[in-house]
Design a protein around this ligand. Structure first.
Ligand code: NI
Length: 135
């Protein structure tokens, strides 16, 4: 574990009360952990905006009965094979499939992959969640 640094922050009482209530509902045990998460999230968002390397998960749902859709999805995934780490397919019900695609790479490529999937007829929803790569 890297060395810990302490620092003081001055805030208006109303703001810190609001923050304390907020993190309590999120089940944080203390402010430090909540603030660490805020900082990490801010840095990941910065990395994303600057086109840096991030990890992520694309969750998509689509109509199982749509003609040729599954093969079009696979073609797109092959095109982005350098970005995709793994995929998981779930048969949600008789009509709908869900695919969870784990990705690692640059934001621009991830946006291209998501846009290609969203554009397919029969795809109901595509969402991307990003995280740090651990670097
Ligand atoms: Ni399925």
């Amino acid at each position: 574990m890297s060395k810990l640094y302490r620092f003081g922050v001055s805030l208006e009482k109303a703001l810190i009360d609001s923050f304390d209530n907020h993190i309590k509902t999120l089940q944080y045990n203390n402010r430090s952990e909540a603030i660490r998460d805020l900082i990490r999230n801010e840095l990941i968002q910065k990395k994303w905006k600057e086109g840096g390397k991030v990890a992520g998960a694309i969750v998509m749902t689509y109509d199982h009965h749509k003609r040729d859709l599954a093969s079009k999805i696979i073609d797109i995934q092959h095109h982005f094979h350098e970005l995709i780490i793994s995929t998981q397919h779930v048969h949600l019900d008789h009509d709908n499939c869900m695919e969870i695609i784990a990705v690692k790479g640059h934001s621009e490529e991830m946006e291209k992959l998501c846009s290609s999937l969203k554009a397919l007829v029969g795809v109901n929803h595509v969402d991307l969640s990003i995280s740090g790569t651990g670097d």
